[in-house]
Design a protein around this ligand. Structure first.
Ligand SMILES: [Zn+2]
Length: 156
């Protein structure tokens, strides 16, 4: 992933988490286990190892969120063996379209990570339909915000 996560359409706190993810530095269990005594079993499904790909993309929950977002917005198709990040680089069309695509991608990373943390730290499960609704609302609000407020009035 290049600098897409600095796109102004992306909400600042989503930029932060997406940037950490892109640096492969999210404090995911298999990563923490290199530095400390740590179980590596995913707290959500309790059956597989927790790593970035598993939590953010492959797990049933993440897949469900992704399917819903795909039916809402047309994402670039992912070739086999290609990462999601690389597929984002192949976006064609208007600039607005790529801005929105990045914004949705970043929101998805942010909220799935949040849902994972809610289970681990607060023992609360956010239903996937609720997460999807929040992602859509946040992206919509961000777009309206950027369209309605001229640059000099914005406080990023
Ligand atoms: Zn799992």
């Amino acid at each position: 992933m290049g600098k897409e996560y600095l796109d102004p359409f992306i909400i600042p706190r989503h930029v932060f988490i997406t940037w950490i993810y892109a640096q492969r530095k999210l404090p995911i269990k298999t990563r923490l286990a290199r530095f400390q005594r740590q179980d590596t079993i995913c707290s959500l499904c309790l059956s597989e190892e927790e790593d970035d790909q598993h939590i953010l993309f492959q797990r049933h929950y993440a897949q469900h969120v992704w399917q819903e977002l795909k039916s809402w917005w047309s994402f670039p198709s992912q070739q086999s063996g290609q990462s999601w990040e690389d597929s984002l680089l192949s976006i064609t069309g208007t600039q607005a379209k790529s801005h929105i695509t990045y914004a949705i991608f970043a929101a998805r990373i942010y909220y799935i990570w949040l849902a994972r943390n809610m289970v681990i730290f607060q023992n609360k499960r956010i239903p996937s339909h609720h997460l999807i609704q929040v992602i859509k609302e946040q992206v919509r609000n961000r777009i309206f915000f950027l369209i309605i407020f001229p640059k000099n009035l914005r406080c990023m």
